[in-house]
Design a protein around this ligand. Sequence first.
Ligand SMILES: *[C@@H]1O[C@H](CO)[C@@H](O)[C@H](O)[C@H]1NC(C)=O
Ligand SMILES: *[C@@H]1O[C@H](CO)[C@@H](O)[C@H](O)[C@H]1NC(C)=O
Ligand SMILES: *[C@@H]1O[C@H](CO)[C@@H](O)[C@H](O)[C@H]1NC(C)=O
Ligand SMILES: *[C@@H]1O[C@H](CO)[C@@H](O)[C@H](O)[C@H]1NC(C)=O
Ligand SMILES: *[C@@H]1O[C@H](CO)[C@@H](O)[C@H](O)[C@H]1NC(C)=O
Ligand SMILES: *[C@@H]1O[C@H](CO)[C@@H](O)[C@H](O)[C@H]1NC(C)=O
Ligand SMILES: *[C@@H]1O[C@H](CO)[C@@H](O)[C@H](O)[C@H]1NC(C)=O
Ligand SMILES: *[C@@H]1O[C@H](CO)[C@@H](O)[C@H](O)[C@H]1NC(C)=O
Ligand SMILES: *[C@@H]1O[C@H](CO)[C@@H](O)[C@H](O)[C@H]1NC(C)=O
Ligand SMILES: *[C@@H]1O[C@H](CO)[C@@H](O)[C@H](O)[C@H]1NC(C)=O
Ligand SMILES: *[C@@H]1O[C@H](CO)[C@@H](O)[C@H](O)[C@H]1NC(C)=O
Ligand SMILES: CC(=O)N[C@H]1CO[C@H](CO)[C@@H](O)[C@@H]1O
Length: 631
Amino acid sequence: MKAQLSVMTVAMAGLAVAAVVPSDLEISRQVARGEFLARRDLSPTDSYTPGLVTCPSTSIMRNASTISDNEASFIAGRREYVKPHLVDFLDRANLTDFNATEFLANATIDIGMAFSGGGYRAMLQGAGVLAAADSRTPNSTVNGGIGGLLQSSVYLAGLSGGNWLLGSVVINNFTTIRNLQGDPNVWDLEHSIFNPGGWKIWETVDYYSTLVDDVKGKEQAGFDISLTDYWGRALSNQFFNESDGGPELTFSNIKDLEAFKSYEMPFPMVVADGRPYNTKIVSLNSTVFEFNPFEMGSWDPTLFAMVDLQYLGSNLSAGVPVNDTACYSGYDNAGFIVGTSSSLFNEFLLELNSSGVEGVLYDAATAVLTGISSEDDDIAVYDPNPFYGVNPALSYMWNETELTLVDGGEDNQNVPLYPLIQPARNVDVIFASDNSADTDYNWPNGSSLVATYERQFVSIGNGTVFPSVPDTESFLGLGLTSQPTWFGCDSKNLTAKSPLIVYLANHPYSYYSNTSTFKMEYEEDEVAGMIENGYNAATQGNGTLNDDWQSCLACAIIHRETERRGVSPSSQCQACLDKYCWDGSVYNGTVTTAEFEPTVSIESAAAAMLLAARASTVAVAIGVLATFLVM
Ligand SMILES: *[C@@H]1O[C@H](CO)[C@@H](O)[C@H](O)[C@H]1NC(C)=O
Ligand SMILES: *[C@@H]1O[C@H](CO)[C@@H](O)[C@H](O)[C@H]1NC(C)=O
Ligand SMILES: *[C@@H]1O[C@H](CO)[C@@H](O)[C@H](O)[C@H]1NC(C)=O
Ligand SMILES: *[C@@H]1O[C@H](CO)[C@@H](O)[C@H](O)[C@H]1NC(C)=O
Ligand SMILES: *[C@@H]1O[C@H](CO)[C@@H](O)[C@H](O)[C@H]1NC(C)=O
Ligand SMILES: *[C@@H]1O[C@H](CO)[C@@H](O)[C@H](O)[C@H]1NC(C)=O
Ligand SMILES: *[C@@H]1O[C@H](CO)[C@@H](O)[C@H](O)[C@H]1NC(C)=O
Ligand SMILES: *[C@@H]1O[C@H](CO)[C@@H](O)[C@H](O)[C@H]1NC(C)=O
Ligand SMILES: *[C@@H]1O[C@H](CO)[C@@H](O)[C@H](O)[C@H]1NC(C)=O
Ligand SMILES: *[C@@H]1O[C@H](CO)[C@@H](O)[C@H](O)[C@H]1NC(C)=O
Ligand SMILES: *[C@@H]1O[C@H](CO)[C@@H](O)[C@H](O)[C@H]1NC(C)=O
Ligand SMILES: CC(=O)N[C@H]1CO[C@H](CO)[C@@H](O)[C@@H]1O
């Protein structure tokens, strides 16, 4: 029954598009693909397989007492880039009795942005937020917009679905959301990542055999592989505008991009969790890992070490190469790292039976999976373990020959705040986009912040400080997810320096953006609705919901520096603090996560949407019918 209907959908889709031939634009795009590659310093084998290189004379590993020299020098350059953009942002906010040029003359304000996990929902919501913050988005700097916040930020952190967003933007040379949304070579979400050829079934078969070949090369070179290798290759095809998803493209190649070298992009960071085989993790005992263009490792006391990302794959013992002339490079494949952060989705590759994939395609896809154990299938295997023998007394993980990492959200810290609250980074304010699915209807309830808050009180917190937040019932009951909420507004109420958190939860501003984390296909209008909702969240409906939002965001940005100077906030900024800061109260009633069903805030937009939806209903009726039948 199911099989027949699926075939029917494919056939119907085929009828509709059979006449389409590649346009000139499409062909020129295909020719242009790979353009970035020619300019980069890539994997030594020019493929997915890591290759032998001579070990560097400098040390490959260091302890995590500070940020790296490379990061420090990037941050210095980025701050120079940020300054005029931040002045511009603050000037546009029209703060009373405030001269941004003067205020910033002797001050440095470091802003971080964090994008949570949550599959494509998180990617698309986050994309709307990022587009709103990006001054390159048309009209983002007028009409109450917050364009320029991205250009004013020093750090950019992503996890799982949030990292699909970050990876898409960063790896494609810091492109814009507009470009990603409009480019058929990337973000083609109408076709599932498991069936990218759509009705052109042979394209999908070809796709699977390319995945198999890429990964086979790595395995034959002697590296243990895991499902994440295939998952990462699949993600690369969807997110990176390179032929075959750029199998030779590494995460450390980011540092060779023009947009990185010119400090045009913030410093990107990716979060994953350590999880030994057959164990469970919670935020209170997971070793959290970060990847950045220079390094990967953990600030946690269980490791407290960072390894040079470029030499991942090398055989190291206590941080020293076992054979000086036999280091490896090219292991830190960009898709592999994006896949590590989102390894939760590995399971999808194992659920082909229920994914509607059949016949020759099913055979090709299952060929990918033979030989992979289904236990611990969310694990990304890093072989050899770069931290082997680093400090075996601290954890048996450093006695293992393989390092095993999982999706960064598996310890419930689904907003990647970890790299941003490290004292070594000294961030002043974090703009946190939370698109988690905590409630029954896939809305966030602040549990990610609660997890990060609690972690500071156990030894693994290692000196990190995070502001007080209420329990999750209060997040819902007090409406802290229905409008932007700030945490840690009063430094005097904190035990040590900690950033101010500007928390922005997923909420139906103009669109019901609570799609399932595991929804793997989005129509064009769904993509547009999700992105617009994120944009409306970040701008509060271009100021229509809260006309003080733009100036209040400026107040949040300068707040820590104002406190450092020991002066009182202006009356305008004080009003913002009174309005947006969580005041320490908790909710006395009960809200169960099953009951929590917010309604759209921007009625006019919702009404317009409904009308548009009605208008298109007729046109797509047949397609919709087919979709329902196969569900
Ligand atoms: C700032 O002032 C300019 C010029 O008076 C005005 O056009 C703009 O709307 C104001 N912006 C805000 C956020 O109040
Ligand atoms: C802000 O201060 C700078 C530097 O002192 C000065 O050149 C500029 O004219 C001031 N801007 C305004 C609007 O007063
Ligand atoms: C910046 O610092 C210098 C040296 O401490 C001082 O002379 C100057 O007045 C300060 N500028 C502002 C705008 O505070
Ligand atoms: C920008 O805003 C102007 C004026 O509201 C409008 O005419 C124009 O179409 C907008 N541009 C884009 C790309 O949205
Ligand atoms: C990458 O971005 C930079 C900065 O926007 C630009 O100068 C450069 O030409 C871009 N490179 C490619 C290959 O598009
Ligand atoms: C972490 O804590 C959980 C719950 O207490 C426990 O089941 C698990 O084994 C612990 N994991 C590790 C790696 O210690
Ligand atoms: C070190 O690696 C090189 C290059 O692969 C190899 O020729 C050499 O035999 C190795 N040395 C040892 C001691 O294993
Ligand atoms: C790791 O191995 C070393 C050497 O065999 C041993 O002394 C140490 O106790 C082990 N550490 C853990 C945490 O099991
Ligand atoms: C705000 O502006 C964006 C981009 O111009 C637009 O897509 C969105 O619909 C606007 N929101 C409202 C509530 O007008
Ligand atoms: C201030 O700190 C206390 C003690 O940590 C905490 O209970 C309270 O919620 C904090 N208030 C705010 C507004 O963060
Ligand atoms: C909760 O109850 C306490 C004590 O009865 C009261 O002081 C507080 O105002 C109540 N808070 C809310 C948000 O209702
Ligand atoms: C601030 C702080 O407590 N840092 C500690 C983190 O863990 C390492 C390794 O145990 C210690 O050396 C640091 O002092």
